[in-house]
Write a protein that binds this ligand. Structure first.
Ligand SMILES: [Fe+2]
Length: 267
């Protein structure tokens, strides 16, 4: 079980300033006033997030799955009301706690329209989004990014300087593209866009804890050491993602230099 990580957004500083027992606190983006709590739950190292808006004491739960009761208990304990469920994508390990959350709250489900079509599940009045939409939790704005590649309607959620990335981008890794609906060409474009459009001090919150020494990092650190961000040519990325990576690398992930990544595909 990974400890609850709480990222408190108050000032422009990305250092973790306090680590006592099971809670880490960090001060992050200015002009935002929210906290991201993270719990690692289930047998697949999934991260379940709670984005808590301080002004309203309401929150969105992101990818509710596995022992999601633990997150409900955490919200209860802190006096937080869960008003929304945000899905990064529809894979079982990210959604199998939805019913439990709905049994305890009247939360609104959000996902991309493309993912809802791909999934084909009958959800209770879901709010279907397009990339570029904004979801409001109290006074906190969350921007919805459409990031296809792992699934057709994968989403990342961007608030302040924080990026909740689902299975699109992991710390020193990225989501598989060989499952149904996966597409390495799309993933290449998605990662290129994330790399070029998000500031280097953006903090990545991945969908799985595949690099336990670094549960989160900045995009600057990812651009330096995430092998999937090292390829300039689409064909090289596809070769690495689809044929090389899983043969030569396993978790826990650590940084890989650009030179090492290119060498692994014979460049
Ligand atoms: Fe997934």
């Amino acid at each position: 079980m990974f400890p609850d990580l709480a990222y408190v957004s108050q000032t422009a500083c990305s250092n973790i300033i306090n680590h006592s027992g099971t809670t880490k606190e960090s001060t992050l983006a200015e002009n935002n006033n929210f906290t991201i709590h993270a719990l690692e739950l289930g047998p697949m190292e999934n991260f379940i997030y709670l984005l808590h808006d301080h002004s309203s004491d309401t929150a969105a739960i992101v990818d509710p799955a596995w022992d999601v009761e633990e997150m409900l208990a955490l919200a209860d304990e802190k006096g937080i009301r869960i008003t929304d469920i945000l899905l990064t994508h529809s894979h079982h390990d990210h959604v199998n706690g939805i019913e439990t959350v709905l049994a305890h709250t009247d939360a609104q489900i959000h996902l991309l329209k493309t993912e809802a079509r791909f999934w084909g599940k009958n959800l209770v009045k879901p709010k279907l989004h397009h990339g570029g939409d904004t979801i409001k939790i109290g006074a906190t704005d969350i921007r919805v990014l459409h990031t296809p590649g792992h699934t057709p309607g994968s989403a990342c959620y961007h608030a302040g300087s924080e990026l909740i990335a689902g299975d699109t981008l992991f710390v020193f890794g990225c989501g598989r593209c060989d499952l149904q609906g996966g597409d390495p060409e799309e993933m290449f474009s998605t990662l290129k866009r994330i790399k070029s459009e998000l500031p280097g001090d953006t903090i990545l919150h991945p969908g799985h804890n595949y690099s336990p020494a670094h549960p989160t990092t900045s995009m600057d650190v990812q651009c330096e050491g995430n092998p999937f961000l090292h390829f300039d040519e689409q064909q090289d990325f596809i070769e690495y993602r689809m044929h090389v990576h899983d043969r030569i690398r396993s978790t826990p992930y650590e940084a890989v230099s650009k030179e090492e990544a290119l060498k692994s595909i014979g460049r």
